[in-house]
Design a protein around this ligand. Structure first.
Ligand code: DC
Length: 228
C-alpha cells in the first residue's frame, strides 16, 4: 500500500513550516523540513568561508558534511533537529545570513540533485508531510496530496517581520518586505527547478487565516478527497 505522503510547497513566509509541523502532529506523520538541509549546507559554506554560489568549492562540502534531519528535542521549541556531521546546528540556521545563503546555495544544480536524492530516501515508505519548494515537482511527484501554500507578499513580509521582532532583530518592515521580494525572485527565477505550482497541486491562499484555520482547512480537504 502506498503511504500517505503530503507535499507542501510555496514561497517564503507562506506558513509552510508551522502548518506542516502541526499537520504532521495531528495526523501522526513524519515531518520533513527540506529547507533545513539547504540551510545546513549554507552554514557549512559560511563556516568554511566559501561563497554560496561557488559551485566547485560548494560541491565537495556535500561529501564532507553529513546533514541529518531528526526528531526534535521537546525543549527546543522546534519541530525538528538538524545535525551537521552529528553536531546540533538547529539554532544557527535561522540567522538572516543563512536565510540568504540557503536560497543562494539552492540555485546550484548539483546541490539540488544531491538533496532531492537524499530527501527521496528519507521519505521512502514513510507516511510524511514534506515541505519545501520542489517537493511536488521533484522529490515526491507521486505525493497523495500536493499543496501549494501562498499568501500575499505583504502578509508574508508582515509574518516574517513579526517573527524577527520576536527574536530581537531590528529590521524595519520595509526592509523585511524587500528581503521577501528578493527571496521570491531568487527562488522563482533560478534555472534549476524554480519554485512553481505544479498543475496537480491544490492552491491554498492563507492570507487572513490563522494557523488553526489553515490546518483545519487542509484536514477537511483530505477528508473530502477520501484520503484520510
Ligand atoms: O523553506 P526555507 O525558506 O527554510 O528554505 C530555505 C531556502 O532553501 C529557500 O530560499 C530555497 C531553498 N529550498 C529549496 O530550494 N528547495 C527546497 N525543497 C527547500 C528549500
Amino acid at each position: 500500500m502506498i503511504p500517505l505522503q503530503i507535499a507542501i510547497d510555496g514561497p517564503v513566509g507562506a506558513g509552510k513550516s508551522d502548518i506542516s509541523a502541526r499537520l504532521a502532529q495531528e495526523l501522526g506523520l513524519v515531518y520533513l523540513y527540506t529547507g533545513a538541509m539547504y540551510r545546513a549546507l549554507a552554514l557549512a559554506c559560511f563556516r568554511n568561508g566559501i561563497g554560496y554560489k561557488d559551485a566547485p568549492r560548494v560541491r565537495p562540502l556535500l561529501e564532507k558534511y553529513r546533514i541529518d534531519l531528526t526528531e526534535s528535542d521537546p525543549k527546543s521549541g522546534k519541530a525538528f533537529k538538524v545535525l551537521l556531521n552529528g553536531e546540533d546546528v538547529t539554532q544557527e540556521l535561522f540567522q538572516p545570513e543563512i536565510d540568504k545563503g540557503s536560497s543562494a546555495v539552492s540555485t546550484i544544480p548539483e546541490v539540488r540533485r544531491f538533496m532531492v536524492k537524499r530527501q527521496q530516501d528519507m521519505a521512502s515508505n514513510q507516511r510524511v508531510v514534506m515541505e519545501g519548494r520542489d517537493i511536488g515537482l521533484r522529490v515526491l511527484p507521486g505525493a497523495t496530496l500536493k499543496i501549494f501554500l501562498t499568501a500575499t507578499l505583504e502578509e508574508r513580509a508582515r509574518r516574517r517581520h513579526e517573527l524577527q521582532q520576536a527574536k530581537g532583530l531590528r529590521k524595519s518592515y520595509a526592509e523585511v518586505l524587500q528581503d521577501t521580494r528578493d527571496r521570491d525572485l531568487q527562488d522563482s527565477t533560478r534555472q534549476a527547478d524554480p519554485l512553481t505550482k505544479t498543475s496537480d497541486a491544490w492552491e491554498l491562499d492563507t492570507t487572513g487565516m490563522t494557523r488553526e484555520q489553515v490546518v483545519e482547512r487542509i484536514i477537511n480537504e483530505l477528508k473530502i478527497r477520501h484520503l484520510i
